[in-house]
Design a protein around this ligand. Structure first.
Ligand code: PMP
Length: 395
């Protein structure tokens, strides 16, 4: 290794470790369900995005295995050459139905989707108004587009209106887009979409909503845009197939002409192979299940309410979440890491989230209850929270 790289890596890794900002990765020896195994230890899992438990659902496993039997394990080429299987087309039709749009396009991940979609439409002559807490993939997608990025304060509609007005009246930009997460994953709050759409109409903005954490969760499972009945007003409905849907992949749902454009201009679609047959079949099945019944969604919300009330009653600061995502805000990064470590030792897997994922001084242990948790599991987790909270002087 070159000496300059060696020095760079050693110094920076050391600094992160000293500041308690270095995250260790623990491989799972089990499915990512409500209970997991790590290094032979059984833990109640409160860190997964498998919100509805679909990642291990027997119905999804069955269609995935059938897809492997019929098509094999890979798509074989990029979509535009001959890597589009009928399974990908069916997946896209199912997504469009689910999201109430004319069409949809699937990508290999939600991250890829933001890199693809933003830069296919926006360029250096444009401006993007972006919520300051938007996901990293949105930030990177915006940067890739070379548009001027104007950040607005988190969910602050006065700030958005002011900046939209300034951008519009400056006459400097051909197109202006507003981008927001549908559900903010660190605090569990929901974007103020009705106000955003109103401001967009006033200043002629393109509206882009990344509902990675809302799909399967808000709107009885249909997501945040449907929750507010804004399918016609939101131009880009972005989602991931890796969280509530339980598989892997990402998508844009919108009008047919938008999807047609993305199919000829978005680079990860043109230059990278699509998800596997098993992924496409399983994701389509998951969405069909969500459209047929709200049973899993109802259970998710019930478990979310139960865990939130329990933590609040114990005296934890759980922030202002409006969804089942339940942060326990500790503040100090080192204490947050220690808290999470002690939870782990006592049998609860709830990951510490610290800077740079969240702002400095707002370290938290984030809890993601799912439809697959039982009340007994949640009660057990709550008693561990009480014990460790008292031990570390947080309660
Ligand atoms: N967008 C948002 C808002 C997300 O939270 C995430 C995942 N953390 C992504 C995109 C990326 O999704 P994926 O895991 O499918 O790449």
């Amino acid at each position: 290794m070159s000496a300059v790289l060696e020095q760079f890596l050693n110094e920076n890794l050391q600094e992160l470790k000293e500041k308690g900002l270095y995250n260790e990765i623990d491989p799972l020896e089990s499915p990512n369900g409500p209970v997991i195994t790590i290094k032979g230890k059984t833990l109640i899992n409160l860190s997964s995005n498998n919100y509805l438990g679909l990642a291990t659902d027997e119905r999804l496993k069955k269609v995935a295995m059938e897809a492997v039997a019929k098509y094999g394990v890979g798509a074989g080429a990029v979509r535009t050459i001959n890597g589009t299987l009928d399974l990908h087309v069916k997946l896209e039709e199912t997504i469009a139905k689910f999201k109430g749009t004319e069409a949809a396009i699937a990508y290999q991940s939600g991250f890829n989707c933001n890199m693809a979609a933003i830069s296919a439409v926006m360029d250096k002559n444009d401006a993007i108004l972006s919520d300051e807490l938007n996901h990293a993939s949105i930030i990177d997608g915006c940067r890739l587009s070379k548009a001027t990025i104007i950040r607005f304060n988190h969910s602050d509609m006065d700030d958005l209106r002011k900046k939209a007005k300034e951008a519009k009246e400056s006459g400097k930009y051909r197109k202006i887009m507003v981008i927001t997460d549908g559900v903010f994953s660190m605090d569990g709050d929901i974007a103020k979409l009705p106000e955003i759409v109103e401001i967009a109409k006033e200043f002629d903005l393109i509206v882009y909503v990344d509902d990675a954490h809302g799909s399967g969760v808000t709107g009885k499972g249909a997501g945040t845009v449907k929750h507010f009945g804004l399918e016609k007003e939101v131009d880009f409905q972005i989602g991931t197939l890796s969280k509530a849907i339980g598989v892997v992949g990402g998508y844009v749902a919108g009008k047919k002409n938008l999807i047609d454009w993305l199919k000829v201009r978005s680079r990860p679609f043109l230059f990278s192979t699509a998800v596997t047959p098993a992924d496409a079949a399983a994701a389509a099945k998951a969405i069909e299940i969500l459209m047929e019944s709200t049973e899993l969604n109802d259970r998710l919300w019930e478990n979310g309410r139960y865990l939130k009330q329990g933590l609040k009653d114990l005296g934890f600061d759980i922030g202002h979440s409006e969804t089942p995502i339940t942060p326990c805000i500790i503040g100090d990064e080192k204490l947050t890491q220690l808290f999470s470590k002690r939870l782990y030792e006592e049998g609860v897997y709830a990951k510490a989230i610290v800077y740079p994922t969240v702002p400095r001084g707002t370290g938290r242990v984030r809890n993601m209850p799912t439809a697959a948790h039982t009340k007994e599991m949640l009660d057990q987790a709550l008693s561990v929270y009480e014990k460790v909270g008292k031990e570390l002087g947080i309660l």
